[in-house]
Design a binder for this molecule. Structure first.
Ligand SMILES: Nc1ncnc2c1ncn2[C@@H]1O[C@H](COP(=O)(O)OP(=O)(O)OP(=O)(O)O)[C@@H](O)[C@H]1O
Length: 438
């Protein structure tokens, strides 16, 4: 591959020199420009692979140049050089489509990480829906889901922090995985963290690591999840549950791109993209004083909202077909026939509110497959809660029995090392319709 070329735009000649020398050491050539006008000419002349631009330029701003590039060279990654501590402009640049930012004085290791990420985008498809083999697809043909997939493809090409909102089970983690898998960090790790599941007194050590002896129980130096995600993506799920002291440290990690392990004297640089999610309204948490406003502002650079399943009922059937296919494939029986929904069962699903969203649909179908006679799933096999509220199932006697039976079948299947579907087929073949508790 030919030597990559960067366009560097800054009105300070010594900064241009410093960046050019650093890029040269990375085997990256550079052309430079002192103004927006000059930069536009250089773009036409050299077709660079990456643009680094200062925010304030004599004849305009870096944002003007960014808009120009977004329109005329949409595949070109642009990183903004911002004044130290000016996160507002870094956030504004990323909202406007900048790939990343680097603060002055330019930290060379941060610059190196940034350039490497940007160059990994070279030759990649334009922001369209790019399929990845390793991740399951985010299904749904509703206009909302089509928009979300297009947005994910775009977000994959930036380093901007993304905040994913949506009710439980709407696919927030799946979306985060896709942003990672379609972007330049795809070969790095994707590290999911449930912030609510970490005991409060261990949050900082889990996230940032610790030095030996920094607290009782710290028997050796240990890397944190930030270090584990180096070169990749850290997915902070249930971010609203992060205690306030850890929020301060997280803010610093995002701003300065470095972390200080508990008990360490020095900070260490980390190259991590942050994607976070919460099913709670974070703005409300800020109002109640439970979440820091400055952190909210920084992690929420771009918000991706996943709609509830009941807001897009046209997605229910295709999702159901996909899930049933997946269940059939997971059955170890080679003869397993794909179960299918009767007309009435499909219609009943369309009417149901799915408080637990896609995850609930998965559970309903797995249970139905375990309970139905033959391959056709009838309304009765779905055991949809009558009053459409989560937990209503518990109050229905018939459903309770069915649920107990399902659990029994599932437990027996597990004990036999079979999937529930395979187990049910085996029972059906033996002419047994249920498994009795001993
Ligand atoms: N659009 C979709 N297409 C295919 N599968 C989906 C879709 N949305 C969700 N799923 C599936 O539903 C399940 C729940 O998704 P996921 O864990 O991503 O939800 P979540 O919003 O992160 O949930 P929680 O808030 O409870 O953590 C997963 O098995 C996921 O694969």
């Amino acid at each position: 591959m030919s030597r990559p070329l960067a366009l560097v735009v800054d009105d300070e000649a010594d900064i241009l020199d410093l960046i050019r020398i650093t890029l040269g050491r990375m085997n990256v050539s550079a052309v430079t420009a002192l103004t927006v006008a000059e930069a536009k000419l250089q773009l036409e002349r050299h077709r660079p692979d990456l643009c680094l631009t200062d925010l304030s330029l004599p004849d305009g701003t870096g944002l003007d140049l960014l808009h120009h590039i977004n329109t005329h060279h949409p595949d070109l990654p642009v990183a903004m050089i911002t004044a130290h501590g000016n996160m507002e402009s870094a956030v504004a640049a990323m909202k406007a489509g900048a790939f990343d930012f680097v603060a002055k004085p330019v930290d060379l290791s941060a610059l190196r990480n940034l350039v490497e990420s940007a160059l990994r985008l070279r030759g990649r498809a334009t922001p369209t829906e790019e399929r990845t083999d390793s991740e399951p697809p985010l299904l749904g043909d509703s206009p909302a889901m089509q928009q979300i997939r297009a947005l994910i493809a775009k977000l994959a090409r930036t380093q901007a922090p993304v905040f994913i909102t949506g009710e439980s089970g709407t696919g927030k983690e799946l979306a985060a995985r896709l942003i990672h898998a379609q972007g330049p960090r795809r070969d790095g790790p994707f590290v999911p963290v449930n912030c609510g599941a970490i005991p409060h007194d261990l949050v900082e050590s889990e996230l940032f690591g610790h030095k030996k002896g920094s607290f009782s129980g710290a028997l050796a130096d240990k890397d944190g999840l930030f270090q584990a995600a180096a070169g990749g993506t850290l997915f902070l799920d249930e971010l609203a549950d992060l205690p306030l002291p850890a929020q301060v440290k997280l803010l610093r990690a995002i701003q300065e791109k470095c972390v200080r392990p508990v008990g360490a004297a020095r900070e260490v640089p980390v190259d991590v993209r942050i994607i976070s999610a919460s099913h709670r309204d974070l703005a409300q948490e800020v109002e109640k004083g439970r979440f820091r406003q400055d952190l909210f502002y920084r992690i929420n650079v771009i918000e991706l909202r996943l709609p509830a399943l009941r807001e897009r009922p046209e997605d229910i059937r295709p999702l159901a077909v996909h899930i049933l296919r997946k269940l059939a494939r997971a059955a170890s029986e080679p003869t397993a026939v794909e179960p299918w929904l009767s007309e009435e069962a499909g219609a009943a699903l369309m009417r149901y509110a799915f408080p637990g969203n896609v995850r609930e649909l998965e559970n309903i179908l797995e249970r139905a497959v375990a309970l139905c006679e033959g391959e056709r799933i009838e309304v009765g096999d779905l055991y949809l809660p009558v009053n459409e509220r989560a937990g209503a199932l518990e109050s229905s006697g018939a459903a309770r029995v069915a649920l107990d039976q399902t659990h029994l079948n599932q437990a027996t299947a597990r004990a036999l090392g079979m999937t529930p579907l395979a187990f049910r087929y085996r029972l059906a073949r033996l002419g047994i319709d249920r498994c009795e508790a001993a």
